[in-house]
Design a protein around this ligand. Structure first.
Ligand code: 5GP
Ligand code: ZN
Length: 117
């Protein structure tokens, strides 16, 4: 069983932010922003590439609820999913990183066509 399935099953503790029958939001163990929340489906899906449109529709509403609940819906946030090896995915249970709570950096320069972020 994968690490996030163990979190869903409460075999590994987590700091829950928001939850319903289908999705769970909890604080990332190693936050990279003042607010860094992971949002996952309770049912195991490997990665975004395997996600269904139906699930993503419901997940959109859930993520918007999480952003409002932690008070970053108006100030702004970044939503990221790392997909597969080149995307830098480490945990192969679909998750979205919700980052905010302060001004996030982003490299807007386009001088180097080989800039891989
Ligand atoms: P990925 O690199 O797969 O997109 O992101 C995995 C994320 O899971 C990382 O940001 C990492 O800090 C987080 N993480 C890994 N193990 C745990 C854990 O046991 N609990 C929590 N809350 N976060 C975890
Ligand atoms: Zn899993």
């Amino acid at each position: 069983m994968c690490i996030f399935c163990k979190i869903v099953n409460k075999e590994i503790p987590n700091n829950t932010v928001h939850e319903n029958e289908y999705f769970l939001a909890f604080h990332d163990l190693y936050p990279k922003a003042p607010v860094h929340i992971l949002i996952i489906p309770k049912q195991h899906v490997d990665c975004f590439q395997e996600a269904s449109a139906e699930m993503m529709g419901e997940l959109t509403i859930f993520i918007q609820e999480v952003a409002a609940k932690v008070g970053i819906d108006k100030t702004g946030y970044r939503l990221i999913t790392n997909n597969g090896q080149d995307g830098g995915q480490e945990v192969f249970h679909l998750h979205f990183h919700l980052l905010g709570g302060g001004q996030l950096t982003w490299d807007h320069s386009h001088e180097d066509a080989h800039n891989f972020i």
